[in-house]
Design a protein around this ligand. Structure first.
Ligand SMILES: [Zn+2]
Length: 187
């Protein structure tokens, strides 16, 4: 048996969901492949009994695991400088806001871990990437509503909101009126 701790229900649950909340805190060594990953790694979920948990990357390496090439748990040095990452993330969000987007998909596109993206972006902008995405979508929606040509449903879709009712609620929250009320005011 290799060193490291067995996986807890909570951690295994996060791994199943590809949830990044333990990334950078816990490292999962996979005995069958000899690879160590961030818990949110997109690679195929390992069988539970094959997982050994480490609290540092160094401990995993000392136990003989090799870092995963996909989630790259070993390479803060290989990651772009923070300012560059923030700029790239902002550009990516602006270019793609109308498409479905999650923290995971942004991180994949930017070739960093979701944990790293969330932390660096928030430290620099005081907003999470998801908050920034929503803000850009709302600004775009307001612009489209002011132009006055598309229906509220079309505006929601073009701004990247998959549900008109969710869009209406977020719009009201941000601007203090419903999209329809805003449109009437602009007319
Ligand atoms: Zn991995």
């Amino acid at each position: 048996m290799k060193p490291g701790l067995p996986v807890s229900d909570t951690l295994y649950g996060a791994m199943m969901e590809r949830n990044p909340r333990f990334d950078g805190i816990l490292y999962v060594g996979i005995v069958s492949t000899g690879i160590v990953c961030y818990p949110s790694c997109r690679s195929r979920l390992p069988r539970r009994h094959n997982i050994r948990v480490f609290t540092s990357m160094r401990a995993a390496l000392e136990a003989g695991f090799r870092p995963c090439k996909r989630c790259r748990p070993d390479s803060p040095a290989g990651q772009p400088p923070d300012a560059e990452l923030v700029r790239k993330a902002e550009t990516f969000i602006r270019d793609n806001f109308s498409a479905p987007m999650t923290l995971d998909s942004m991180a994949r596109a930017l070739n960093v871990s979701p944990y790293h993206l969330q932390r660096v972006f928030k430290r620099a902008t005081l907003q999470s990437p998801a908050q920034r995405l929503r803000e850009i979508r709302l600004m775009k929606a307001r612009e489209l509503l002011a132009e006055g040509r598309a229906t509220v449903g079309e505006v929601a879709a073009r701004a990247g909101f998959h549900s008109p009712s969710y869009f209406a609620a977020r719009f009201q929250e941000a601007f203090g009126m419903t999209p329809s009320a805003f449109r009437e005011k602009e007319d």
